[in-house]
Write a protein that binds this ligand. Structure first.
Ligand code: SF4
Ligand code: SF4
Length: 376
């Protein structure tokens, strides 16, 4: 199905598609058109412009943090108010939002979430954003720029929505009509001024596929996510045991989760093609659970340094892999899992014990069904 067809079909379900902000008439300028062309040449799939005025939804984010729905991600409350771009670059007047798509996996779940299957994506995004920032500075003598990718305290999804790059979907991610949720964002703050683009319009309509697909009901309502229930949070950000009640839901995922991205009807077949700016690393995308377990055991830092997996640390990634191994019901993994039961780290040992019991349950139920079949 062509991307456009998907858009039209989903629009059929719209209640009253609402804009994510006031919708001024699109306004362009020669510099903007030049930057759009340059962005495409540099490998970005979308670029949008908005003002550096305070970003919307600050109250939602504050409530989200105050209610504890960010779990242990206390760093989100640090670094100043995230809705005020001017705090990151004094005198900022414009935000340029660049989006680069990445390849959508052929199947979900995968052991490593799709965004992380390309290793460290920051250099790729930076490589595209730096020349654009240089062009902005050259356009207005004495102006300044600041590139923000991930780590800077700014509401980047809100900036993307206001810059017309994509709307914030019911799965809380930025949804682009053609690239779906499979984009990574990079921002340039600039002290110069450009006319803003029209904000994106929400095309989720009556669709709720992402909510229905979430294995843990972490999407507690449309546009609401409780990170404490989210498999991405549980496998990447939190450092303790995976709560027992969520282990089965993890399936064979060992780092992150793509269920609410994969469920989204936006994004076409072209997403299965690899993306030149953010190419897939076969060592992360194609590795089996056995290979990942062995690499995490023997050479974690050598294998995963400077990749998103590094964030889980060795013990966290091993913890996740052991749960995934148990859920795989692949009895051949028993020999790799067994020694971890004696691991000096009680977190790893406990998850190995759980995995072994689950693998044994699988063997017993397979045996039971064989004997039932024989008795028929
Ligand atoms: S990443 Fe997975 S667990 Fe988290 S909200 Fe999306 S579907 Fe649910
Ligand atoms: S899957 Fe979720 S984010 Fe995508 S269109 Fe449907 S409701 Fe919106």
């Amino acid at each position: 199905m062509a991307p456009r067809d998907r858009v039209e079909r989903a629009e059929d379900t719209i209640d009253s598609g609402h804009a994510t902000g006031p919708a001024p008439a699109p306004f362009t300028s020669p510099l903007k058109e030049h930057l759009r062309r340059r962005a495409r040449e540099l490998g970005l799939d979308e670029i949008g412009f908005t003002t550096a005025d305070d970003l919307p939804r600050a109250d939602y984010v504050e409530r989200w943090l105050a209610e504890g729905r960010a779990g242990a991600m206390s760093y989100l409350a640090r670094g100043g108010p995230r809705h005020r771009p001017g705090l990151l670059l004094e005198g900022a007047r414009t935000i340029v939002v660049g989006a680069a798509r990445y390849q959508r996996p052929r199947s979900e779940p995968s052991h490593v979430a799709a965004y992380a299957q390309r290793g460290d994506y920051h250099p790729g995004l930076r490589k595209a954003l730096r020349p654009l920032a240089a062009e902005l500075r050259a356009a207005v003598a004495g102006s300044a720029t600041k590139i923000c990718i991930d780590a800077a305290p700014i509401l980047e999804r809100e900036a993307a929505a206001r810059a017309g790059v994509g709307w914030i979907g019911k799965n809380t991610l930025v949804v682009h009509p053609e690239h779906g949720c499979y984009t990574l964002l990079g921002l340039i703050l600039w002290t110069g001024e450009l006319p803003p683009d029209a904000p994106s319009v929400d095309h989720c309509g009556r669709c709720r596929r992402c909510l229905d697909a979430c294995p843990t009901q972490a999407l507690t309502a449309p546009y609401q996510m409780d990170a404490r229930l989210c498999l991405s949070y549980l496998t990447i950000e939190q450092r303790d045991a995976i709560p027992v009640e969520y282990r089965e839901a993890l399936g064979v995922r060992a780092f992150g989760c793509d269920a609410c991205l994969a469920a989204c009807p936006y994004g076409g077949a072209a997403l299965f093609d690899d993306a030149p700016l953010l190419p897939t690393d076969p060592a992360l995308a194609g590795a089996s659970l056995r290979e990942l377990l062995e690499r995490a055991r023997d050479r974690f830092w050598k294998s995963f340094r400077a990749t998103p997996v590094e964030r889980a640390r060795r013990r966290g990634f091993l913890r996740n892999l052991l749960v995934a191994a148990g859920n795989s019901r692949d009895a051949s993994l028993r020999e790799v899992v067994l020694p971890f039961r004696e691991d000096g780290d009680t977190l790893v040992a406990e998850h190995a014990d759980w995995a072994l019991r689950r693998l044994d349950e699988g063997r017993e139920s397979a045996g039971a069904s064989t004997s039932t079949t024989k008795g028929m």
